[in-house]
Design a protein. Structure first.
Length: 1141
């Protein structure tokens, strides 16, 4: 059974005394006496203290006595009556920043001294003046008592304040009650047409009683002279539904209705005071919100002799965290007035009386900013029956000064984040705390703006810098800890939240957070700085681009969140992810670092990535990671990985990369260093396709554990350092395509088909120990327990696989094999070149047995596998006995490689050149040839010398592997940035191809050369060569797709030169012309007018085979018909296009 509290007039004389000695009454002299008033505090001039505005009557219910006063708070109990530009009005008003400019505006309704009627909106100009901006018409019936009222509230959640107005209009011979809701559309107010109960002589108050993030209405007044009270539930801004709450009806000129969470349970309760019947008896009553639209009568604060004409105002004046109230009004039969304070100590008790008043206003505010609530009081003081006077006074609460007890501001909220739901943005935060107010009793106030510390979308009517409340009321989103903002355009938005207690003290605002909706590009030199505990979030599908010279700073414990399908692009902008910074990428989200930007991820940082997420470093972007962890947060699938291309640089050390499709992917990078890093559960580990000329990679001390798919490390057309890597549980452990690294001290085990695969004419990795002081006899790589699943019969699984026409050079490696468990397998492609013979030098390796035969290898007639003498682990300590088995050229070669490893380039080069001169066509000869291009590059020597060396070898009868030298020539031309020569030679090799592998290898070289050429701005082909390389690599590693050479050429390079129709056509003024070239040729692309005169030449000179696109700008030409002609390789193709202006 609900306990009801009845407080009668006896309590007016007895009870708990709170602060008789703490209240100094009437501290400001000279205030104009006003009755039948409306009064409210607000800091209209933004000077840090609240001012007071009053409308009403100077004497009685007469319009000609209308008055409006604005008293500016000048501090120290000094208030100045200031000019304001507002009309003298007998009626109601409401403060509200409708244009979100940070200055609080006024909506006002009532009667004027000339018997006129108004309902208007005045904008605060920021200079002390209020400017009329909207006239909403007549809501008053012409009587001496204005029936109209109004209230600001953002009913549609679009961030700006809308306006509800009620009143009476004369319709024929009777009054016509009217209620209208005006929608604010960028300062233009239009009647929404939403059907609402027609009520006059009312009070209207907005509040979200059911915490559904929509402002509902509490409305009192009368219909046909009968008092009513209704709660209208806002149904998502579409309409309002009367919940039929069963509240007692109240009306009257000075009636009061208020939402207030008196019991601190986190929802709004209802206070009512006013006339309860047509006779004139009054009531003050409280209803508790028990949720589910259920309001329970909890207390009545007046006796049966209470008359109408009183007011009620709520606020925590004693600082105990509960909302107190002042009640005013007259009692019968004497009509003697009272003003009584009731304190809430988890239940209301009468405290004390102040100057009696009816037909007036009472309003709380800490006007002196001392930490306790003071109050304004004005009206008619009925000291005897039908006798009294009007008055206005400010009463100062001295509790803070006399007791030292102040109302402490709440703690600022934390945990803010945002989310996009049905194209609406929802903002969330954690509940705050307060020293006095229970947590559930706090309300919240938020701002949203298009600039930092700005509320131009949703204004909090607080100082964002320090949390000072400009207006004495609860927060703008009530007790919610989430709020929806609707109809936001695409852009970047800043937001924050503060907690507000019942003493209207606002906390500091939360750390400012940011969300991005839709696509947005920031201006150059833009600066964003996230403070601790703040977050920046790109909402679902959003795209944000930083332009050059911007600053983006994340503090410790801040969050950067890229939701699903969002993209963040940094251009010439640096970003640091600290140890305690959170970086999260949702499904298919992408973080792009380009154009000189630097992404630094510090030790201890944890990056969370969902399925399809990707970090892209391109166009001279730089990624530096030290000690970070990249964690996949999905249960199935993978994130894509770190993709470095377009001349970018990547440096990853001592980190962990988990569950990526490809952990790190490099295409045309400047710097590619990956060291001491663990790859766990990645489909592919490291993939490097073509380094920039003059640069080499470092891939050392890494551990890669796969999922029995893909490859561990894949290197194509690149040189660098490769050592101490552990690679296991992939289809292929390591894959070297047209690459010849020194592979030292690696552990490659438990890979499904191969431990190592070598492919390409000029691919010649050297499995040699450069790490130990005793390279002869010390174990180098462990390559075993691979090939546990069978592969194609033409290329059976093995510890090491050779795709024609690659090779390998190896010493002192531990490779377990047998006749049924191959050590080396050579793909059985028909070389169709009887003069070409390749020797694999595999001497002095452990093959798992003291007796090794040819059955341990899957051989090919054009390969010689030289595996004797063998070496066993038992012989490691007796390695000196094997020194006699080392040939002179092998000793020289290993010495050269050791010198190279110690960065002694000049003596290393001399030794390699010595081998080339003295030991022609030996395995060491080819290794020396393979090492020199990288060393020349590192030593900045002219590699045209090497081209001459390769040409000499090609023309020599003493060399057996001719295609090796052609491959090296292509690679050396690329290193020398002679891309056209490289492409021409690669096309020649493609034409000579005997099987598909050779076609693929040639096309890969062409794609690498074109990619690097594009990045240097020497070509504008419009072709995505990075993607082209990925496609080619996929075909290279897909055994089942291999067929005839023509099987790939169709998808990579055009077979016929073609000129396409321009698009768009007709055009104004720019169009694009695309064409294909079947082979490299001298090209001319010209535009002609109808008279055959050349008006533009779009291309001229040698162009490579492939797909091309050029833009044609016709802005300087007249409208009309034009022709464009492609001349290439002896043909001429022409198309017509139309320019319209």
């Amino acid at each position: 059974m609900t306990k009801q509290i009845l407080i009668t007039t006896v309590l007016l004389l007895t009870g708990l005394i709170f602060c008789q000695e703490n209240i100094t009454e009437n501290v400001v002299a000279g205030l104009t006496a006003i009755e039948r008033s409306c009064a409210a505090w607000a800091d209209y001039d933004n000077d840090g203290d609240q001012d007071i505005l009053i409308t009403g009557s100077k004497n009685g219910a007469y319009a000609d006595q209308a008055i409006t006063k604005l008293y500016r708070n000048d501090g120290g109990d000094n208030f100045t009556d200031v000019a304001h530009g507002l009309p003298q009005t007998y009626g109601r008003f409401d403060w509200g920043d409708y244009d979100n400019d940070g200055f609080i505006d006024i909506a006002i309704t009532g009667l004027t001294p000339d018997d006129g009627s108004l309902t208007r909106i005045y904008r605060n100009n920021g200079d002390g003046n209020f400017i009329l901006t909207a006239d909403l018409g007549d809501f008053n019936d012409g009587s001496q008592t204005p029936p109209s009222t109004l209230a600001w509230g953002d009913y549609d959640n679009d961030g700006d304040l809308d306006l509800l107005v009620t009143g009476d209009r004369i319709a024929g011979t009777k009054y016509d009650p009217i209620t209208k809701l005006f929608r604010n559309d960028s300062g233009i107010f239009a009647d929404t047409g939403i059907e609402l109960p027609a009520i006059s002589n009312s009070t209207v108050v907005w509040g979200d009683y059911n915490n559904d993030e929509c402002l509902d209405l509490l409305i009192t007044g009368e219909v046909n002279s009968v008092p009513v009270t209704k709660i209208l539930k806002n149904e998502a801004g579409a309409y309002f539904n009367d919940i039929e709450a069963g509240l007692i009806g109240v009306s009257g000129l000075t009636q009061s209705a208020a939402w207030e969470d008196y019991d601190n349970d986190g929802d709004l309760d209802v206070f009512l005071a006013g006339r309860k019947d047509i006779i004139g008896w009054g009531i003050a009553v409280l209803y508790r919100n028990d949720t589910n639209d259920n309001f329970v009568h909890t207390a009545t604060f007046t006796g049966s002799n209470y008359l109408s004409g009183g007011s009620i105002s709520l606020g925590d004046c004693d600082g105990n965290g509960y909302s107190d109230f002042i009640l005013t009004g007259p009692v019968d039969p004497s009509w003697i007035d009272f003003t009584s304070l009731y304190l809430n100590n988890n239940g209301f008790e009468f405290s004390q009386n102040f100057r009696s008043m009816r037909m007036g206003s009472v309003a709380w505010s800490d006007y002196d900013n001392d930490g306790d609530l003071d109050f304004w009081l004005n009206g008619y003081d009925g000291t005897a029956p039908y006798a009294g006077e009007n008055f206005s006074e400010i009463n100062r609460n001295n509790k803070a000064e006399t007791t030292g007890i102040v109302n402490n501001s709440p703690v600022k909220p934390l945990g803010l984040y945002s989310s996009l739901i049905d194209n609406n943005v929802r903002i969330f935060w954690n509940k705050s705390t307060d020293a006095e107010t229970p947590q559930n009793g706090l309300s919240y106030n938020i701002y949203v703006g298009t600039e930092s510390k700005n509320g131009d979308v949703l204004n909090p009517m607080s100082n964002i810098s320090d949390g000072f409340r400009k207006i004495a009321r609860k927060g703008n989103v009530d007790h919610n800890t989430a709020w929806a903002i609707k109809d936001l355009s695409d852009g970047i938005y800043y937001y924050g939240a503060q907690a507000v207690d019942h003493g209207f003290a606002g906390s500091e605002f939360s750390p400012e957070c940011i969300f991005v909706k839709g696509e947005h590009t920031l201006p150059e030199l833009y600066s964003i700085s996230l403070s601790e505990n703040a977050e920046m979030r790109l909402l679902l599908g959003s795209k944000l681009s930083f332009l050059v010279g911007s600053a983006f700073e994340l503090s410790e414990n801040s969050n950067l969140i890229l939701e699903d399908k969002s993209t963040l692009t940094l251009q010439l902008t640096d970003l640091v992810i600290h140890q305690s910074t959170t970086l999260k990428l949702g499904k298919n989200a992408k973080l792009i670092i380009e154009n000189g930007s630097n992404l630094t991820i510090e030790e201890g940082a944890v990056i969370e990535l969902a399925e399809g997420a990707e970090i892209v470093v391109m166009n001279k972007g730089n990624l530096s990671v030290n000690g970070a962890t990249f964690n996949y947060v999905g249960t199935t699938g993978n994130w894509l990985g770190i993709n470095c291309e377009g001349g970018s640089s990547v440096d990853i050390n001592n980190s962990i990369i988990r569950n990526a499709s490809t952990g790190v992917y490099g295409t045309g990078t400047y710097k590619f260093n990956i060291t001491n890093t663990v790859f766990e559960g990645c489909t592919n580990g490291i993939n490097l396709l073509g380094m920039q000329p003059g640069f080499g990679y470092t891939i050392t001390d890494n551990t890669l554990t796969g999922t029995d798919n893909g490859w561990g490390i894949f290197i194509t057309g690149s040189d660098g350092l490769f050592s101490r890597n552990i690679v296991n549980h992939f289809n292929i452990g390591t894959y070297f395509v047209m690459s010849s690294p020194v592979v030292s001290k690696c552990d490659i085990t438990y890979n499904k088909y191969f431990g190592i695969v070598v492919s390409g004419h000029d691919a010649l990795p050297q499995l040699l120990n450069t790490e130990d002081n005793q390279p002869f006899g010390a174990v180098n790589c462990t390559i075993q327990k691979n090939a546990y699943l069978g592969n194609s019969s033409l290329f059976p699984s093995a510890q090491i696989g050779i795709n024609p026409t690659g090779s390998i050079y190896m010493r002192y490696n531990d490779i377990i094999s047998s006749p049924n468990f191959y050590g080396i397998s050579i793909a059985q492609e028909d070389l169709r070149d009887p003069d070409q013979l390749i020797t694999i030098d595999a001497q002095l390796n452990n093959w798992g047995s003291n007796i090794v035969t040819d059955d341990y290898f899957f051989e090919h007639p054009q390969y010689i596998i030289d595996y004797t003498p063998i070496w066993t682990l038992a012989d490691e300590e007796e390695s000196n006995s094997y020194n006699s088995d080392i040939s002179e050229e092998s000793r020289i070669l290993i010495n050269a490689i050791e010198l190279e490893a110690k960065d002694k380039l000049t003596p290393a080069i001399k030794l390699y050149e010595h081998i080339i001169k003295k030991y022609v066509d030996t395995p060491e000869y080819y290794v020396a040839m393979a090492r020199l291009p990288y060393l020349y590059e590192q030593a900045e020597l002219d590699n045209n010398v090497l081209i001459a060396l390769y040409d000499e070898a090609l023309n020599s009868d003493a060399t057996s592997h001719k295609k090796f030298f052609k491959g090296k020539k292509v690679a050396t031309h690329i290193k020398g940035k002679r891309y056209d020569e490289a492409i021409s030679l690669a096309e020649e090799m493609k034409a000579e191809a005997a099987f598909e592998e050779e076609v693929l290898l040639a096309d890969i070289n062409i794609a690498i050369a074109n990619l690097l050429k594009d990045m240097e701005g020497k070509s504008r082909s419009g072709v995505d060569y990075a993607q082209n390389l990925r496609d080619l690599q996929s075909k290279l590693t897909d055994n089942e797709s291999k067929a005839e050479p023509s099987g790939i050429t169709e998808s990579v390079l055009p077979t016929v030169s073609t000129l396409y129709q321009n698009y768009p056509n007709p055009f104004n003024p720019v169009t694009q012309i695309k064409f294909d070239l079947a082979k490299s040729a001298k090209v001319r692309l010209s535009v002609y007018n109808v008279n055959g005169q050349v008006v533009a030449e779009l291309a001229s000179g040698v162009m490579n085979a492939g797909n091309h696109a050029v833009d044609f700008d016709g802005s300087k030409l007249n409208s009309g018909v034009y022709y464009y002609t492609l001349e290439a390789d002896g043909i001429a193709l022409t198309k017509k296009m139309v320019l319209t202006k």
